[in-house]
Design a protein around this ligand. Structure first.
Ligand SMILES: Nc1ncnc2c1ncn2[C@@H]1O[C@H](COP(=O)(O)OP(=O)(O)OP(=O)(O)O)[C@@H](O)[C@H]1O
Length: 238
């Protein structure tokens, strides 16, 4: 579904990604973990070209992403950020119908129906006519997830979706993500939530210093990490 080949990203003299290669299969749920500054967000942002790779190749569904087709490919990649990025002057429902109507040309009636179904799924149907500033952080993030899903993406990318939330809000967002994973969505999640990664992910990608140090199952990674670097990291965070 997604193939990353020898991905490099450099900011000035700072080589942030040093040749990452991996493949993500359809319906796979991947947790990307690693120390702060290891390149996790940059890796994710290169996949949908929010950052332009310095070199290397990324393909989605067999299509190599180029400058020309990036907008089209991006339509299939839903993205959820740490800081929700909702439109503040649109209601919850309007936030969900805007892009499907504008980008995909879907009729308003159809967009509203999809939006309402998604809001029910994330438990926020009752809030559909509220503005984002009336919502808690956890509710905003659930709206952001529903909004990304409204584009009917084939892959969902999450960049530390719970890092900006108060602890009591984290659970409700992780529950929505877990449901999504169980529904068969292909997901790549940059996260510091080790419990969630262990429980929900099929594979862990451990990055350090811009390198993919380990690519293993959660069982293997959390109980018997192969590298000294992963061992050291886990000793600090668990
Ligand atoms: N736009 C940018 N311009 C210059 N340097 C950048 C930019 N974005 C990221 N970096 C640098 O790239 C490195 C990796 O950053 P990145 O955000 O990918 O790490 P991360 O593993 O996601 O960290 P964290 O867990 O703290 O979010 C850091 O040294 C960061 O300062």
């Amino acid at each position: 579904m997604i193939k990353v080949e020898n991905l490099h990203k450099t900011y000035g003299k700072n080589e942030v990604l040093k040749g990452i290669s991996t493949e993500i299969k359809e319906k796979e749920v991947i947790a990307v973990i690693g120390p702060s500054g290891s390149g996790k967000s940059t890796f994710l942002r290169c996949i949908n070209r929010l950052e332009e790779p310095t070199s290397g190749e990324i393909s989605v569904g067999g299509t190599v992403i180029t400058e020309k087709n990036v907008m089209k490919v991006r339509e299939n990649l839903g993205m959820v950020f740490q800081h929700f990025h909702l439109f503040p002057h649109k209601t919850v429902l309007e936030n969900l119908i805007y892009a499907p109507m504008k980008v995909k040309g879907i009729s308003k009636a159809e967009a509203v129906k999809t939006a309402e179904d998604l809001l029910r799924k994330v438990g926020l149907f009752e809030k559909r006519n509220d503005y984002p500033n009336r919502l808690s952080g956890g509710q905003k993030q659930r709206v952001a997830i529903a909004r990304a899903l409204a584009m009917n993406p084939t892959v969902m990318l999450f960049d530390e979706p719970t890092s900006a939330l108060d602890p009591e809000m984290v659970k409700e967002v992780l529950a929505v993500m877990k449901n999504l994973a169980e529904s068969g969505m292909t997901m790549i999640i940059v996260t510091h939530e080790m419990g969630f990664a262990r429980e929900v992910a099929a594979r862990i990608l451990f990055l350090e210093g811009g390198q993919l140090v380990e690519d293993s199952s959660p069982e293997e990674f959390f109980s018997t990490p192969k590298s000294a670097r992963a061992k050291e990291f886990l000793e600090k965070v668990l």
